[in-house]
Every structure is written in structure tokens, then in C-alpha cells.
Design a protein around this ligand. Structure first.
Ligand code: MG
Length: 248
């Protein structure tokens, strides 16, 4: 299917006559920041220190979950139980400590351009992340000045369930001004994030900035998959103008 058909397909399935775009919802890690290699490395090392087995690409596949949920998946496999609150806090603290050592803080090439373009078009950029890392969250306004405010951000501190539950994206729609799903699009890089966004009924574009095959992102429900934020930047004008003009 071409882009035209994919957008029509979304509208048909969701029974909307058209888009009425007001916002673009962005995930953070792997979309705005090139932080996933550091997350992956610090999760692996934290689990290795505790002699807890993890599976290949586990932390890319689990990306988007809140910390407790990621820890419990490893605990269940290794110990047949969930983590206690004390264990969870200790493990998450260690992982965060390693993450701060490894994370370069580099933004994703193309991210700034995409955010500025969205803003220029009069759309509200909204952040929906499972992250609770102050080292990134507190720097958003330095790296992307004037783009997000606390009122337009959903983080690990706001949600109960977290991705892949649709809750964070439903909250993102709310923060955008009680928007309906056809008033926003989502930019995500992780399969569980895509699943959450699609579960919230939102048209979802994937940028595959990690090691997983595109098919994993398509299977999670992404309508479009691009290889980078730079490619998305070149495609976005076309997507937005189709979203403005297409009616079912
Ligand atoms: Mg991500």
C-alpha cells in the first residue's frame, strides 16, 4: 500500500471521515535521543551483576515499559516471582547510575528539525515516554528549546500501567487538549510503544533507529516505517498534507 492508501485504511478501520490534526506525539528514547544503546548496555550489565539471564535484544523488545515492568519480566523468567519494592528500587538505581555513565546525551539526527517543523505547522508537540530518567527529562528544554512544557509531557511519573498499555497515549491526547485519536499522530521506535499508541487508536509512524527488523515494528501495528528521523523529516510534509486533504 502507498501512503495514501495507508492513511485511508486507518480512517476506514477507525471509522473517521478525516484527520483533524492538532498534535504530534513523540516518544523520547530512540526518537528524540540516541539513548537506546546506553539503556540496553546498562540494563544488560545490571542484570549480569545479579546473575540474572536476559534474552537477545530483550531490552530493545521491552523498550517503553516502566522500570518495574522490565525488571519483573527478568525476575519472572529467572526466579518465578516479581521483584520486591526494595529490589526494584535498588536495581533501577543501579541501572540509572550506569546509564548516566554510558549515555552520551546525543540527540537523534533529524529530531530537532522534525520538532521545529511540527511547531511551525501550528501543531502541538507532546511527549509520551516510559522514562523516569531525570538526566534526560530535565534536559529536554536545553536540547529542544521551547518545544515541550510539563503540561505537554507524559512520563513514568504520570502513569500506572505504562506502555504497551494505551494509558500513556490516552493521557497524551488529554494533555493535548482532550483530543480524539484522529487529532494526533504518534512517532515511536519501539514495538511496545507502537502497540500502546495503536491501542489508543492513533495513526502511528515508526522510525526504526535500533537493531530490530522493520517487520517487528509493522507487526506491532505501525502504519509507516522509516529508517531515521532524518527520513521522517523529508517525508513529513507529504504526510501532513495528505492528512489534511484526504477524506474517506
Ligand atoms: Mg523509544
Amino acid at each position: 500500500m502507498n501512503m495514501n492508501e495507508l492513511i485511508k485504511e486507518y480512517l476506514r478501520i477507525k471509522q473517521y471521515r478525516s484527520f483533524s490534526l492538532k498534535a504530534v506525539i513523540f516518544d523520547m528514547d530512540g526518537v528524540l535521543y540516541d539513548s537506546m544503546p546506553a539503556h540496553d548496555k546498562s540494563w544488560r550489565e545490571t542484570m549480569d551483576e545479579l546473575n540474572l539471564q536476559h534474552i537477545p535484544y530483550e531490552f530493545y523488545l521491552q523498550e517503553g515499559r516502566i522500570g518495574k515492568s522490565t525488571i519483573d519480566a527478568v525476575f519472572q523468567r529467572n526466579l518465578n516471582r516479581s521483584s520486591t519494592e526494595e529490589e526494584e528500587q535498588k536495581i533501577y538505581a543501579r541501572k540509572s547510575e550506569l546509564f548516566q555513565q554510558y549515555n552520551s546525551g546525543a540527540t537523534m539526527p533529524g529530531a530537532k528539525e522534525v520538532l521545529n517543523y511540527v511547531k511551525e505547522k501550528g501543531l502541538t508537540p507532546i511527549l509520551v515516554t516510559g522514562s523516569g530518567q531525570p538526566s534526560l527529562l530535565n534536559k529536554l528544554d536545553t536540547h529542544f528549546p521551547g518545544i515541550f512544557t510539563p503540561a505537554t509531557m507524559v512520563t513514568a511519573f504520570d502513569v500506572v500501567h505504562g506502555k504497551p498499555h494505551p494509558e500513556p497515549f490516552l493521557m497524551g491526547l488529554q494533555k493535548g487538549g482532550n483530543l480524539a485519536p484522529n487529532q494526533a499522530i504518534v512517532i515511536e521506535n519501539a514495538p511496545l510503544g507502537i502497540e500502546a499508541a495503536v491501542g489508543a487508536g492513533i495513526f502511528t509512524i515508526a522510525v526504526n533507529t535500533g537493531p530490530l527488523p522493520d517487520s517487528v515494528l509493522r507487526d506491532a501495528g505501525a502504519s509507516l516505517v522509516y529508517d531515521s528521523m532524518t527520513t521522517l523529516f523529508t517525508e513529513l510534509p507529504g504526510i501532513l498534507s495528505l492528512a489534511e486533504t484526504l477524506h474517506f
